[in-house]
Design a protein around this ligand. Structure first.
Ligand SMILES: [Zn+2]
Length: 382
């Protein structure tokens, strides 16, 4: 993908384009912004623009030459894309033990060593070497210190790009040696347009809903639309919550269990099969906490929509645009959806700490059920 194909981030793209046009490309950048917003995508597009053999115009890439294609596949010798991994001990068919690296949570010193070797080695065919450390906050201390030395004495015609959700999560000495480029949420219209281009066959109300649910993170929206299982999980989740008030309180226990099972299904649906299963086996609690958090985000937007759906002219403001009719119907019968939403937000906060996963979800559902069944005062709702 070239710059033109990336949704949003106009300022970031301008800064990077200008750097190429004025031949003032920095030796180190830090792309800071939320997960799934497009930082790594932009870093790779920048790499192509810097390395392309036949740029159609200055500061763009052809996306078709041997270099662009190799960068796209991640296997050009003047390019490197590091991301956090986990180490996995496996046994092959002959019973030999082997260690495999899978997508995970840590960037180790050895990985940074590989980057440094590449930084100081001779360029093979590109005009510039580009080395990307995606989710640089996952570097352990040793790795970060190792990288720092390279940033202090940067090799020529090499650009290192770090991406991170927050500059505060990195060593201040690394941040001060990098040019900061901020990535904010992508506006809804642009996310929606990009998803419509990418998934032309899908229902437009659904695409709009997913774009709105993403909160400006096109990568997150794309992941959902690419994996229809996640959309089914969302549908089931919203259906179950809608039924809660009609059922006895005891149902919350079972509903909590199902929600956690759904969080597991969500994880497996959005990650690469074998790797995802292994990570789940090894870090079950941590994985499920983050995935339950994603489902709770869906609920927060649902109750937010419910609280305004009954108002005149609210239609254009609803995030769950594919369920407008149901939201309007339910709005009159859900007097206390703000309290339900607050219960969900509090549960999400508790899960960021050490709160027990199962218990937190149960208590949340009990509170949600109570909020949604609260007696409605006054004669307005007979
Ligand atoms: Zn090219």
């Amino acid at each position: 993908m070239s710059f033109g194909g990336i949704a949003g981030h106009e300022t970031a793209k301008q800064v990077l384009t200008r750097a190429i046009l004025t031949d003032r490309v920095s030796h180190a950048y830090l792309f800071e912004g939320p997960a799934h917003v497009g930082k790594t995508l932009t870093a790779v597009a920048f790499a192509k623009a810097l390395m392309c053999a036949e740029p159609p115009e200055p500061a763009e890439s052809c996306n078709a030459c041997a270099i662009c294609r190799a960068v796209g596949r991640g296997n050009h010798p003047d390019f490197l894309l590091l991301f956090p991994t986990s180490r996995l001990e496996t046994t092959d068919e002959e019973g030999q033990k082997a260690v495999a690296e899978i997508e995970g949570s840590l960037i180790r010193r050895e990985a940074i060593g590989q980057l440094i070797d590449r930084a100081y080695g001779r360029a093979v065919s590109a005009r510039r070497k580009v080395l990307i450390v995606s989710d640089a906050q996952a570097m352990n201390e040793e790795a970060a210190n190792h990288l720092l030395k390279t940033l202090e004495e940067p090799p020529g015609r090499t650009t290192i790009i770090l991406t991170a959700t927050s500059a505060d999560s990195l060593l201040p000495t690394i941040v001060s040696r990098s040019q900061l480029v901020r990535f904010g949420p992508v506006p809804l219209a642009e996310t929606q347009a990009a998803m419509t281009r990418a998934f032309p066959g899908l229902d437009s109300a659904l695409v709009r809903s997913v774009a709105a649910l993403s909160g400006g993170r096109p990568g997150w929206a794309r992941r959902l639309l690419e994996h229809p299982d996640t959309l089914a999980i969302r549908r089931r989740l919203l259906d179950r919550v809608a039924r809660l008030p009609d059922q006895p309180p005891l149902v919350c226990m079972r509903a909590a269990e199902i929600l956690i099972d759904d969080a597991e299904a969500w994880w497996l649906a959005t990650s690469e099969g074998h790797t995802a299963r292994e990570l789940l086996k090894r870090n079950r609690d941590r994985v499920l906490r983050t995935q339950v958090g994603e489902l709770l985000d869906l609920l927060v937007t649902w109750f937010r929509d419910l609280s305004i759906a009954g108002e005149e002219g609210a239609e254009g403001l609803l995030i769950n645009a594919d369920r407008i009719a149901e939201l309007k119907r339910a709005a009159g019968r859900a007097p206390n959806c703000a309290a339900a939403g607050a219960a969900v937000s509090q549960a999400k906060e508790a899960l960021r700490g050490n709160a027990n996963l199962r218990l937190t979800v149960e208590v949340m559902l009990i509170r949600v059920r109570r909020a949604l069944t609260a007696a409605v005062p006054g004669p307005a709702f007979p």
